[in-house]
Design a protein around this ligand. Structure first.
Ligand code: MN
Length: 156
């Protein structure tokens, strides 16, 4: 086993330290390119094992922040665990709050926004092996903007 594998070994119990921080878990930038999202952090709570090849991540969108508008072949399973906000999944824009469950199917446009004057935090399960997210090209942005509900919501 390499040093890196040792360092990411999954403890049976990962204690919450309070304040949406977990014992020994680094708070990471959401993505490295800072242009298409705003005020989002990422923590990896589970890296996946052979018999459970998924990652569990905690994302926190700061007040007025948003995740990237994107789609991809892999799916997401999200549980809101802090605050509230609004979410785009496909052609639906919905209010979300504590304990709501959001399923993002494959190749479905999605974006999370902290629109309610409080952070929006959520746990997200995703396959360990996954394709890179796609951002909408100008034609796809035009298609999205043809729906007024989506046009009002999205940040690109
Ligand atoms: Mn995504």
């Amino acid at each position: 086993m390499t040093q890196e594998e040792v360092s990411v070994a999954q403890p049976p119990i990962l204690k919450h330290e309070g304040g949406f921080k977990w014992d020994g878990v680094e708070v990471l930038p959401y993505k490295e390119d800072g242009t298409i999202f705003r005020s989002v952090t990422r923590q990896i709570l589970f890296h996946g094992i052979d018999n459970l090849p998924v990652e569990l991540r905690y994302f926190e969108v700061g007040i007025d922040g948003h995740s990237t508008l994107e789609r991809h072949e892999h799916a997401h399973l999200v549980v809101i665990n802090q605050g509230s906000g609004r979410v785009l999944v496909g052609d639906q824009v919905r209010e979300v709050s504590l304990n709501d469950v959001v399923h993002v199917p494959p190749m479905t446009w999605h974006q999370f926004r902290a629109t309610n004057g409080e952070p929006l935090g959520f746990l997200c399960v995703v396959s360990q092996e996954r394709d890179r997210p796609q951002r909408p090209d100008p034609d796809q942005v035009a298609d999205l903007n043809a729906n007024p509900t989506i046009a009002e919501f999205i940040r690109t």
